[in-house]
Design a protein around this ligand. Structure first.
Ligand code: GLN
Length: 226
């Protein structure tokens, strides 16, 4: 473990084509010990900035985001970011974009960034009115006994994962407490440098998922340095 005094503060990009990107920035700005700055990424040049340590793909509308990314020439650079093993976190629509396969996509299809060995189902809990807050048991977080408030807004679920590659971090049972670790739909996963959550930690005051991401970024950086 590196000496904590030497820890370099991170510069974190948030894809800012559409959706809840400022909310991620606001939460990250509270983590002043670890985060130096955040950047709204809207162009290839911003993404290629070598000072960028990590990228967040926010929630919003994955079809719209994919369309804008295609039109602005960002899709391929985003795919290259993930392929290069750089740290990335997708929340909700962002999670859909990171998946290798999505079901219930719009007629005419939807392009994905991919990289995450899962299949997802969009709008798995129904429409906007079916949004809910689910208490999640997430053993990987600090203070794991404290349940994490999962804000689900037209949220996807992860239907299948490649178990040898993907670590399941959390599941949800709508309107009920999970009775076992195997109970419910998969809503948070990690695959090496990729984190994906079906819910919106940036819409809560609980910083623990953002801290988990920061620790993940440092782990990936330490591995690439070694
Ligand atoms: N239903 C949206 C989609 O398919 C995701 C919703 C969200 O990001 N809150 O992209």
């Amino acid at each position: 473990m590196a000496d904590t005094n030497e820890k370099k503060k991170l510069r974190i990009g948030v894809l800012a084509l559409q959706g809840a990107f400022t909310e991620h920035q606001h939460l990250l700005h509270r983590l002043t010990e670890d985060v130096d700055s955040t950047v709204q990424v809207k162009t290839e040049a911003a993404l290629l900035d070598p000072t960028l340590d990590a990228l967040i793909l926010p929630g919003g509308e994955s079809t719209t985001m994919a369309l804008i990314a295609e039109r602005t020439g960002l899709m391929e650079p985003l795919r290259n970011w993930v392929k290069a093993g750089k740290p990335v976190w997708g929340t909700c629509a962002g999670m859909i974009l990171l998946s290798n396969e999505a079901h219930k996509i719009k007629i005419g299809g939807q392009s994905l960034i991919g990289g995450l060995d899962v299949t997802v189902k969009r709008n798995a809990f129904g429409a906007q009115v079916d949004s809910f807050v689910g208490d999640l048991s997430v053993p990987a977080l600090t203070e794991p006994e404290r349940l994490f408030p999962g804000v689900f807004i037209r949220a996807p679920i992860i239907e299948t994962v490649k178990p040898e590659k993907v670590q399941v971090l959390a599941r949800v049972v709508k309107n009920a407490a999970p009775t076992s670790a195997e109970d419910g739909d998969i809503v948070a996963v990690r695959q090496g440098h990729i984190l994906a959550t079906a819910f919106h930690p940036e819409l809560t005051s609980d910083e623990r998922f953002h801290r988990y991401f920061i620790d993940m970024v440092r782990e990936v950086q330490d591995q690439t340095k070694a």
